[in-house]
Design a protein around this ligand. Structure first.
Ligand code: ASP
Length: 409
């Protein structure tokens, strides 16, 4: 009676703290955590992944249909892409500068006997070609976010162009969107349990000792993640988004904690949509900006790649020149477009960044053991960057509409 229900953010926070405590206590029984706790985390993540495709498809379509204007989609699109590219380039620059000055504190690990099998890399042009689907169902079956976005935009445009005759499709899309949003809401109610079951086995398996010699490299990456959030997102959200940074970060906490536990931007997408909407982002905008961001905008991953490049180079006794650093800024920004929003994807793309400046790909073996710990932080930054964009573009669109209305009046 009169009892206040704990907010979702509060529940997730408690789950996170419990997962760390229980994970540390289970250090000697990591196999039990892996066999009996992790599967429940996997079930939860599977449910989230199951709902992500229909949510992206129908929310983008519903967003486009409610705008009723193809040009408006273009206006949102270019603002989003420019913001994403600029913030990613800024992120990698911060990563390189801080790591350059911190490298004196980095351990110099032995590089003999290292081996890392890099995945076959795709060229930038292949990435572009891969955005366009060649089959109607494959994007949904393979959960290929960029292809789903293209599909949603094309069908959405077509419904607008067909007009009156397609009005039943218009209504159907709106209703389906409502239904899938409801399914998402139901699944998200389980997120505290999901967070606990995802994080606890990671802590039990990795424990405190694995961080050991790489503590300084990790610390550098986390300092850069924090700096980027504080400098870039605070400024952009305040100046262009018209929102206080404190309010922004507070509102984003549930999604940030979820990203930390799941290390997946795509998995965090439903919660990110909910958080940004509560912060005032327009659903039309966030339904387009967030799925795009979860696939192409990876500020945390870019920082991680910069810090690791400097660390690996220093282990090999190589000092990177200014032009090599510029190459890293460019390749890491492009690599982030091709990085999937799933755990560990950033490490795979690190191979491309290292190759671009002639560093040995085998060096990845130096950081591979604790990639998950890097990944948890970089995913938090990745999704926060997407959210900041949703807030900013929503605000800019609102102002544009207001200006248009004034002109008409
Ligand atoms: N796990 C990251 C994400 O989902 C990608 C990465 O591995 O850097 O955003």
């Amino acid at each position: 009676m009169g009892k206040k229900k704990l907010s979702l953010a509060g529940q997730i926070f408690i789950a996170l703290v419990l997962a760390i405590i229980v994970g540390l206590l289970m250090g000697n029984h990591a196999d039990i955590a892996k066999s009996y706790i992790k599967p429940f985390g996997t079930i939860f993540l599977n449910l989230v992944k199951f709902i992500v495709c229909p949510i992206v498809l129908f929310s983008i379509m519903a967003g486009i249909l409610s705008m009723k204007d193809i040009r408006k989609v273009g206006a949102i699109g270019w603002k989003t892409v420019v913001y994403y590219l600029c913030t990613t380039a800024f992120a990698i620059t911060i990563g390189l500068i801080v790591a350059y000055f911190a490298k004196g504190f980095f351990p110099v690990l032995s590089t003999s006997d290292l081996s890392y099998e890099a995945a076959a890399s795709t060229s930038f042009m292949d990435t572009i070609v891969g955005i366009f689907p060649s089959n109607f169902l494959a994007p949904l079956v393979n959960a290929n976010m960029l292809q789903i976005i293209v599909m949603a935009i094309l069908i959405g445009f077509a419904v607008i162009l067909v007009g009156e005759k397609a009005s039943s499709v218009f209504t159907a899309v709106e209703h389906l969107n409502e239904v899938f949003m409801k399914v998402m809401e139901l699944i998200l109610k389980l997120s505290p349990i999901g967070v606990f079951c995802l994080l606890c086995p990671v802590i039990a398996e990795n424990g405190a000792e694995i961080i050991g010699s790489l503590a300084m490299v990790l610390l550098t990456a986390y300092i850069c993640y924090a700096l980027h959030a504080i400098i870039v997102y605070s400024t952009t959200v305040r100046t262009m988004g018209g929102l206080s940074p404190l309010k922004f970060f507070k509102g984003m906490l549930p999604a940030m904690m979820f990203a930390f536990s799941s290390a997946s931007s795509v998995g965090t997408l439903p919660l990110n949509m909910e958080c940004t909407e509560k912060l005032g982002a327009n659903r039309q905008v966030s339904s387009f900006v967030l799925p795009l961001g979860a696939t192409i905008n990876m500020d945390g991953t870019a920082i991680y790649q910069g810090v690791c490049a400097i660390f690996i180079a220093s282990c090999y006794g190589i000092s990177l020149s200014f032009s090599q650093m510029l190459t890293i800024v460019l390749t890491a920004t492009l690599a982030s477009i091709g990085t999937a929003g799933v755990p560990g994807a950033g490490m795979v793309m690190l191979a491309m960044v290292l190759t671009s400046v002639g560093l040995p790909v085998d060096g990845i073996a130096l950081v591979a053991g604790i990639d998950r710990i890097f990944d948890m932080g970089r995913t938090v930054l990745n999704i926060t960057g997407d959210a900041s964009c949703a807030i900013i573009v929503s605000n800019l669109e609102k102002k544009r509409e207001a200006r248009k209305a004034m002109k008409k009046a």
